[in-house]
Design a protein around this ligand. Structure first.
Ligand code: G3P
Ligand code: CA
Length: 258
């Protein structure tokens, strides 16, 4: 199996904080990522897409409606308008100062302190590859910040991963899937040098984990919020998992950071 980068913490499973410490903080905000790091998560996960003026913004949904006080499509809103929005009050008024972060801000702030899983949203994929496409911008940022050894790039859209691999073959890639579709996973595993398969947790079986491991690919299921489910997955030999509550998982699985 492909070795973990040296800096990756050795213990298994790796606890990946899904959109930060999503259970207690507004997702994909600086407060949420800072809390996840404080909690001892081994890696933070975030979602990135493009604004209308083609800046990389960290937000899960295609629209601003659910997680900010704004409205409309992210991709039809300029960054300067997005940055004015309140990205915390929808969760709790204590977080009214939280903003939608840029990817640049998160990498600059957290890139030397933790591992980052950058999920590139399918909404940002453009059939025609432009010079400032999201894949190019993500790679340029990682290269300029020299943090490639601490980043896992994932997507549900395999074409995004193909582009990343072409731009910088050293970067670690994770293929996200929603359902058990072993055929698809193995098809892309044959064409892409995948670091991990990040499946929906319910679709994981011990047999699949074994098969994927035999192709030197790690397995990080999402999103696991009960300790009993996490323990069952650990028995199936997964290498890590995404959770909304890193404290619960670290304590429940007894995998404290060394
Ligand atoms: O990367 C795991 C998970 O984040 C994928 O689903 O919808 O939460 O982005 P979603
Ligand atoms: Ca995500």
């Amino acid at each position: 199996m492909k070795p973990l980068p040296r800096e990756f913490l050795p213990e298994s499973p790796i606890i990946i904080a899904h959109r930060g410490f999503k259970r207690l903080y507004p997702e994909n905000t600086m407060a949420s990522f800072e809390a996840a790091i404080r909690a001892g998560a081994h890696m933070i996960e975030l979602d990135v897409t493009l604004s209308r003026d083609r800046k990389m913004v960290v937000i899960h949904d295609d629209t601003l409606d659910r997680t900010t006080d704004g409205k409309g499509l992210v991709q039809e809103t300029d960054l300067k308008e997005i940055l004015k929005l309140d990205a915390g009050s929808w969760f709790d008024s204590r977080f009214k100062e939280e903003k939608v972060p840029t990817l640049e801000a998160i990498v600059a702030c957290c890139g030397r302190r933790t591992f980052i899983n950058i999920e590139i949203k399918e909404s940002a994929y453009e059939t025609e590859q432009r010079p400032d496409c999201i894949e190019q911008q993500v790679v340029s940022l990682i290269q300029s910040q020299k943090c490639g050894h601490r980043v896992l790039i994932s997507s549900f859209q395999p074409e995004i991963l193909f582009r990343i691999a072409k731009l910088d073959s050293r970067l670690l890639l994770g293929f996200l899937t929603e359902e058990t579709d072993a055929e698809t996973v193995f098809h892309f595993a044959g064409k892409l040098d995948l670091y991990s398969w990040n499946p929906e947790a319910m679709s994981v079986t011990e047999g699949l984990v074994q098969e994927v491991h035999s192709r030197n690919i790690r397995v990080f299921p999402y999103t696991v919020n009960s300790v009993s489910q996490a323990k069952a997955l650990v028995e199936k030999k997964v290498d890590g998992l995404f959770t909304d509550d890193p404290v619960l998982m670290i304590q429940g699985l007894n995998c404290f950071r060394q």
